[in-house]
Ligand binder design. Structure first.
Ligand code: SF4
Length: 279
């Protein structure tokens, strides 16, 4: 049984939604990656490291480090391409805005717990609309319908509504204050598909739905007498906890996994999981 204090993130909510046992092993028993998630392991690890490096470059660029200095660090074919794509995107979409806040962390109470999110970028437009940008280095462009159901899309927007008051200067800019949902939008930008970002505006109805759902879900996690294994064995193919669940030893092949976007998320750079990045 999960007891407060515990801080939920989009990752832990998603883990519970995917498989309650995975949530237990990762967040209650605190077992970390005992097995390779997918094959080929080396290639996937390289992709993840490149994803981390790309996020560093994007952050440093947004903090004002000169582009020519940073460009030298884009030293693989993937990184070079992503970096060029990002600079072009940034030039068109991120110049002339009222404020750019890279790597912002927000948190708010959620039932008996707290919810935290670390954002790649919160951009403030002239009309004080807040745009959450999230950089994705996915190999495949996911469908918008799939993204819309992810806990990241729901938790990031709703937490910004609950705790984003500091960004609205015209209303006093108070930390911890809520804002109207219609001010928020989330944009996923894909380094491999720079011209196909996914936009998710927000409104009061969606906000209430998301916040209520998160409150219900965390209540369910808190009172769960046990954390059962998922019935969807496809999720086990790329899960690092297979050996604990007797769900196979061999890692799944990323190219053969049908639920390929879910496997892609394993190589997603997620600041909630990797913690602080050293520069
Ligand atoms: S191996 Fe399967 S059942 Fe076990 S934690 Fe992973 S997804 Fe859940």
């Amino acid at each position: 049984m999960l007891q407060p204090p515990f801080t939920f993130s989009q990752s832990s909510l998603q883990d519970y939604a995917d498989c309650p046992r995975r949530f237990q092993l990762r967040y209650i028993d605190k077992l970390i990656y005992p097995a390779a998630e997918t094959e080929p392991a080396l290639e996937n690890e390289k992709h993840m490291l490149e994803g981390q490096q790309f996020h560093r470059l994007a952050q440093q660029h947004l903090l004002g480090i000169p582009t020519d200095k940073l460009g030298k660090l884009a030293n693989t074919p993937n990184l070079e391409r992503w970096w060029e794509n990002f600079l072009a995107f940034s030039q068109i979409n991120l110049t002339g805005l009222t404020g750019l806040y890279p790597e912002v962390t927000l948190s708010a109470p959620l039932g008996d717990f707290r919810l935290v999110a670390k954002y790649d970028l919160i951009a403030v437009t002239e009309g004080e609309k807040l745009i959450i940008y999230d950089w994705k280095t996915y190999r495949k462009r996911p469908r918008n319908e799939w993204l819309a159901t992810r806990w990241q899309t729901r938790a990031y927007r709703s937490l910004l509504v609950a705790a984003g008051g500091q960004f609205i200067v015209s209303e006093g800019g108070s930390e911890g204050r809520s804002i109207v949902p219609e001010r928020c939008e989330m944009v996923y930008w894909f380094s491999n598909y720079p011209d196909e970002p996914a936009h998710f505006p927000y409104d009061e109805v969606q906000y209430k739905r998301d916040w209520d759902a998160m409150t219900r879900l965390t209540g369910e996690i808190q009172s769960a007498p046990s954390y059962p294994l998922t019935d969807d064995r496809q999720k086990c193919a790329y899960c690092p906890y297979r050996s604990y669940c007797d769900r196979g030893i061999q890692a799944g092949d990323l190219d053969e996994i049908e639920a390929e976007m879910e496997a892609e998320t394993l190589f997603d750079v997620n600041f909630e999981q990797i913690g602080e990045i050293e520069f």
